[in-house]
Design a protein around this ligand. Structure first.
Ligand code: NAP
Length: 250
């Protein structure tokens, strides 16, 4: 049963069916948000996240929506708004990596896929959020938290420089949009996770390099989710345009 006194509003998480997005949805629910999650194909996982949020006393809703498709993003925002109420926080989390390889071997299809989902998708989701939350458009303001990567700074040489570059675009989106909408009641922030234990990694990668961060281990999804929930909350009310690393010192 959800309590109106502790309710912060409605938060939306792209790629909320598993990994960092699922943990972020649950952390947001624990912090008082009703949560809409999108997923690409794993509806069962998304429904488990909905149940976990409901067990925390919040309402939750899952929608299949590809962040590379503008009309599916619009449908995600509209159906969550209809189900849970006006959106006050958006976590731009959905993302993919490509198979490990050197730049010289990247073909057009690979580059289009990773930039379309990670960079263009993030822009489309951010735009959809601003159109609904901006006080200049009649909205009540809100927060956008973009999930980038330490790779944006480190470059991911020999693995996926294209992925790293798509995340650098997310960093620039964060600072540019933050300045654009600061006076419209919207804060825009980013997190740069390091090596986090999820299914995104190729087989054996975490075992191979998981011990290399200064803290000596990979991170857990909850350790990123806690930061996302903090940034989305009023506890971070004087923060905008910042990228925060959560990478064990990497
Ligand atoms: P993950 O475990 O592979 O989960 C990816 C999530 O994104 C899933 O919910 C998936 O949905 C969804 N998704 C994938 N493509 C999508 C699309 N086109 N449209 C909508 N949803 C889509 O990944 P993760 O490790 O949690 O990563 C989450 C974010 O953190 C990504 O942006 C990633 O780049 C970033 N990140 C991760 C790490 C790390 O070490 N794990 C480090 C730095 C940054 P389905 O379940 O339906 O497939």
């Amino acid at each position: 049963m959800s309590s109106d006194e502790t309710r912060r509003g409605t938060a939306l998480v792209t790629g909320g069916s598993r990994g960092i997005g699922a943990a972020a949805a649950i952390a947001l629910a624990a912090d008082g948000w009703d949560v809409g999650v999108s997923y690409l194909s794993r509806s069962g996982d998304a429904e488990r996240v909905v149940s976990a949020c409901e067990e925390l006393g919040r309402r939750a809703y899952a929608v299949q929506a590809d962040v590379a498709e503008p009309e599916q993003i619009e449908r995600f925002f509209d159906s969550v708004t209809a189900e849970l109420g006006a959106i006050g926080a958006v976590v731009n989390n959905a993302g993919v990596v490509s198979p490990s390889g050197r730049v010289a071997g990247y073909d057009l299809g690979r580059l289009e896929r990773v930039f379309r989902i990670n960079a263009i998708g993030a822009f489309l989701v951010a735009g959809a959020a601003v159109r609904r939350m901006s006080t200049a458009a009649g909205g009540a303001g809100g927060v956008i938290v973009n999930v980038s990567s330490r790779g944006a700074v480190l470059g991911s040489a020999g693995e996926y420089v294209d992925y790293a570059a798509s995340k650098a675009a997310v960093d620039t989106l964060t600072v540019g949009l933050a300045n654009e909408v600061a006076k419209e009641g919207i804060r825009v922030l980013g997190v740069r996770p390091g090596l986090i234990e999820t299914e995104i990694h190729e087989e054996g990668r975490l075992e191979r390099i998981g011990g290399t961060p200064p803290l000596g281990r990979p991170g857990k999804v909850e350790e990123v989710a806690e930061l996302i929930a903090f940034l989305a909350s009023d506890r971070a009310s004087y923060m905008t345009g910042s990228m925060v690393d959560v990478a064990g010192g990497r």
